[in-house]
Design a protein around this ligand. Structure first.
Ligand SMILES: Cc1cc2nc3c(=O)[nH]c(=O)nc-3n(C[C@H](O)[C@H](O)[C@H](O)COP(=O)(O)OP(=O)(O)OC[C@H]3O[C@@H](n4cnc5c(N)ncnc54)[C@H](O)[C@@H]3O)c2cc1C
Ligand code: SF4
Length: 401
């Protein structure tokens, strides 16, 4: 099991080899697949039309109470159990000491699945349920719900689990952390840290803190104390991660590329869906009559914003950023301007992905050295870094600081 870990041995570069095994093809690095991963319908260089069948926005016509967004993930899981497509579902429920802490669960009933609604905002030790699956002869068909790094490990051991069918429903994921990192973040971000259920860094350049009473506190990124938060919040693994898009899942649900409308609360807002293969299509088809589906859209040019974000973030990491975040009204003003002129929809998703790729490239090279970085970082991520390197060597120069 240890050998399967996404951060040991070949590290995240193993995704490229596994992609072919899981989806029957590798990502086409001449198309959007370079960033978004393998898509069921995308084989051509100009994949704008094809990819829209595999990447789209969707929301539940009847949003599910207590879900993170409208509950697409929980609805697919419920339907797979109801139709007996699977015997059980691996999902993440709540820990005993604090309901906000994650605890992986094997769900055999609808009640079990409903109890796992919503994101518990820290790293979940999902690998521990694999052993239970392996030793229980009753379990032959499984739906696994999880973030990219756990799916990489699952795909490495899949053949040893003795299953007839494995379905993987992934979520997009970036910047997760240990539970102490969650507490540090909320203690620094708000006056009511005990009230925060979870938070999401949203496409309106604000972090949305969901409170226990259902209300949201929205803080512009620029008003957070970046220097203080630059350590001890995001886990080292997440700063070494190159799988924001969950490339080895069959179906992925997130929000990174939605055309975010801030007048609509998260739990009523369309989500961002990626279908990677026929299994993923079968899974989303199970609930398609309950969904309102719209094509994905894109607007703006992410490139200048990516470099700017990398530089200001890296200055904070190097301890050279401002001591405090901007006052709220200034932060809100910057967020408002960026919403007007910055990237939107799919282009925003790619802005976020490019920024995380470059930030993590710098981190891995600095902390683990060039040789380990070469082994660990997938070639698709290196291609993205090279796009920003330019004639001036903008990225390499930061490694010299
Ligand atoms: C840790 C984490 C970070 C995320 N970060 C991003 C991001 O940066 N960008 C983006 O676009 N989307 C991200 N997402 C996805 C997004 O927040 C929603 O999960 C997704 O849109 C599904 O919403 P839903 O209403 O369908 O979920 P629900 O129906 O409420 O289901 C949520 C599911 O999440 C699972 N879950 C809960 N906590 C965890 C955990 N700690 N680890 C693994 N699985 C968990 C549960 O098993 C549950 O089935 C993240 C998700 C997680 C779990
Ligand atoms: S950011 Fe990457 S490493 Fe961190 S929890 Fe998410 S998928 Fe795993």
């Amino acid at each position: 099991m240890k050998d399967a870990c996404a951060f040991l041995g070949p590290g995240m570069s193993r995704i490229e080899k596994l992609e072919e095994k899981v989806h029957g093809k590798r990502r086409n690095t001449e198309t959007d697949e370079l960033r978004l991963g393998v898509l069921l319908n995308s084989d051509t260089k100009d994949n704008t039309n094809n990819s829209s069948q595999s990447i789209f926005y969707a929301k539940k016509k009847q949003p599910m109470e207590k879900a993170q967004w409208t509950g697409i993930v929980t609805s697919v899981a419920l339907e797979m159990l109801r139709t007996k497509t699977v015997d059980c579902v691996v999902a993440v429920g709540s820990g005993e000491a604090d309901a906000r802490n994650p605890e992986p669960k094997l769900c055999f009933t609808e009640e079990d699945i409903l109890a796992c609604r919503g994101v518990k905002p820290s790293l979940s030790p999902n690998l521990k349920v694999f052993a239970e699956i392996e030793t229980n002869p009753e379990i032959k068909n499984v739906l696994y719900i999880g973030v990219g790094c756990s799916v990489v490990a699952l795909r490495e051991v899949e053949q040893y689990l003795g299953l007839d069918n494995l379905y993987v429903l992934g979520t997009n994921c970036a910047d997760n952390g240990r539970t102490d990192g969650f507490y540090k973040f909320v203690n620094n971000a708000t006056d009511k840290p005990d009230e925060v259920l979870h938070y999401e860094f949203m496409p309106d350049y604000k972090v949305h803190l969901k409170m226990r009473d259902g209300s949201y506190e929205k803080i512009p990124y620029f008003s957070l104390p970046a220097k203080e938060l630059s350590s001890g919040v995001i886990a080292e693994s997440c700063k070494s991660c190159f799988d924001y898009v969950n490339g080895l899942a069959d179906l992925v649900v997130g929000y990174m590329g939605v055309d975010y409308d801030e007048s609509i609360p998260m739990n009523l807002h369309p989500q961002y869906v990626t279908v990677r293969n026929e299994r993923g299509q079968k899974m989303i088809d199970l609930i398609k009559n309950d969904l309102q589906i719209t094509p994905s859209t894109t607007r703006g040019d992410r490139k200048p914003f990516v470099l700017q974000t990398v530089i200001s973030d890296d200055e904070a990491y190097l301890g050279r950023g401002p001591e405090k975040g901007a006052p709220r009204f200034v932060g809100n003003l910057i967020a408002w301007v960026l919403n007007k002129v910055g990237p939107k929809g799919k282009e925003f998703g790619m802005y976020s992905l490019d920024y995380h790729t470059i930030r993590n490239y710098l981190y891995v090279n600095r902390i683990y050295g060039k040789e380990r970085a070469k082994e660990h970082i997938p070639s698709y991520a290196m291609k993205i870094v090279e796009e920003y390197e330019g004639k001036n060597g903008d990225i390499s120069k930061r490694l010299e600081l």
